[in-house]
Design a binder for this molecule. Structure first.
Ligand code: CA
Length: 137
């Protein structure tokens, strides 16, 4: 199990890996607004747990395990943002998903996914819910 902080590192490394050939420490440092020594420390933890390959000043490469976990983390974040839109929350989706994602159990994430899938498959239910929300506003 990764800590919330390490999950965020892995999530961002995965996001970068989709668009960059080589992910560098400075990319992660800038994105997460964390000082380089802290990023380096986190990278060694991720490396020791088998999620990335990383040597000092070198490139960061995801292992198969890292790719699989990174994909899950990015998908989970996207799902939560979809869920917040679905329930018509007036929050900042990105910030709220960021706050929620590490603390929900897999069971709850799965249940939320089922709800999002259900609403996507039954637009009239989503419409009825949206209308209800408009009425109670
Ligand atoms: Ca995150």
């Amino acid at each position: 199990m990764l800590t919330p902080s390490l999950e965020d590192y892995l999530e961002e490394i995965y996001r970068f890996s989709l668009s960059l050939d080589a992910v560098r420490v400075t990319d992660i440092s800038n994105r997460l607004k964390v000082a380089l020594p802290s990023v380096t420390k986190a990278l060694y933890r991720l490396r020791d747990e088998g999620y990335i390959k990383y040597e000092r000043y070198g490139e960061i490469k995801l292992t198969d395990r890292g790719k699989e976990s990174g994909y899950y983390l990015v998908t989970r974040n996207k799902l939560l943002q979809e869920f917040l839109a679905l329930i018509c929350s007036k929050c900042n989706y990105a910030a709220e998903a960021e706050a929620m994602e590490h603390y929900l159990s897999t069971a709850t994430i799965d249940a939320i996914k089922t709800l999002v899938d259900f609403m996507n498959a039954n637009p009239f239910c989503q419409q009825a819910f949206n209308d209800f929300v408009d009425l109670t506003d």
